[in-house]
Design a protein around this ligand. Structure first.
Ligand SMILES: [Zn+2]
Length: 334
């Protein structure tokens, strides 16, 4: 009786050992470790806007030190906002661009940083190809403004990266950033923008591919430029409309999602005119919340598509908002 019990126990132990021991202990050849990939999926996300197809295309990210860059907020309030969003003061910030296929035009809004930012930026061309649109197919580029992370992708290695595109930008940004006489009027940390603007825009001008506009302008059916100065002199939003649906592409209305929705008065050192930028943000947020249309934002976590909701106000409080990111959708592409 005792022997039988021992036998059963041994068999059970042997079976357990086979289940738990690694393959090499069972006489099989060793398995090499599988290398980690350490890459992200291609950075694009699509949605339909009426008859238009919208593709958010990632240029990558840039890490910015919000404690050094944000103004009109106390260090304590900043820490609280960042902690509430599980962020440190060094925030890895998305650089998003938006491609609109209207059926007649292939319009890219902003071009990312190209070679001008670190190795985590400049991914636009690869991601465009991954999204099924070779850069040569793009016929139109709309710039929200001239800053390295929006216009830097126009030129790679001295050549036009989007060789068949006509580039549209607000005349006021061209007048400002391509004239070195204005260098004296910006803070020291922003002076590099003049050389960067020259390297990104001059080849476009020389190729005869730059077009400028002034004031609110319908550039294509369903695509309207809405100047919104403050962040730069010619900072412009683009309203895209099809079959009753609206998407407003923001450029740099928001740099720090974790902070500036709750505190729209918070400005950033990149602002050309901080007071005007804050005022512009307050009115753009209020309108977005009222209108409940789609927003596409350059620096909200990729894909940067979503809606703005107003937080309940108490009397005397500055209006505050929250961001509602797009719900991931496949069915919406049908
Ligand atoms: Zn920007």
């Amino acid at each position: 009786m005792k022997l039988i019990t021992i036998g059963k126990t041994s068999a059970t132990l042997l079976l357990l050992g086979q289940l738990l021991s690694p393959a090499y202990a069972q006489g099989q050849p060793p398995v090499a470790p599988v290398p980690m990939q350490k890459t992200q999926a291609p950075g694009y996300y699509r949605m339909m806007l009426g008859q238009f197809e919208v593709t958010a295309v990632s240029d990558g990210t840039v890490t910015i030190a919000l404690d050094k860059l944000l103004n009109s907020i106390t260090p304590q309030a900043l820490r609280q906002r960042l902690a509430a969003n599980d962020l440190s003061t060094q925030v890895e910030t998305s650089i998003n661009t938006f491609l609109i296929n209207t059926g007649e035009h292939l319009i890219l809004v902003d071009t990312g940083s190209g070679p001008l930012f670190g190795s985590n930026g400049g991914r636009l061309l690869d991601n465009l190809r991954a999204a099924g649109y070779p850069p040569e197919q793009i016929d139109t580029v709309l710039l929200t403004h001239i800053h390295a992370d929006h216009s830097g992708g126009l030129v790679h290695n001295g050549k036009l990266a989007l060789p068949n595109a006509t580039v549209y930008v607000n005349q006021r940004d061209v007048d400002f950033w391509l004239n070195p006489a204005n260098m004296a009027s910006v803070r020291k940390s922003e002076k590099h923008t003049f050389a960067e603007s020259e390297s990104s825009l001059r080849p476009v001008i020389q190729a005869g591919r730059l077009k400028t506009f002034s004031g609110e302008t319908e550039l294509f059916p369903g695509v309207r430029a809405v100047p919104d100065p403050g962040h730069t002199p010619g900072h412009t939003l683009y309203m895209v409309e099809s079959a009753g649906q609206k998407l407003l592409l923001w450029g740099d209305t928001i740099h720090a999602e974790a902070v500036q929705f709750a505190r729209p008065q918070t400005t950033i050192n990149f602002d050309w005119n901080p007071a005007q930028a804050a005022k512009a943000r307050a009115s753009v947020l209020a309108d977005a919340a009222r209108g409940d249309y789609w927003i596409g934002a350059a620096h909200i976590a990729f894909p940067g598509l979503g809606h703005v909701k107003a937080l309940v106000e108490k009397p005397g409080q500055t209006p505050a908002y929250r961001w509602v990111p797009a719900n991931y959708s496949l069915a919406g592409l049908k």
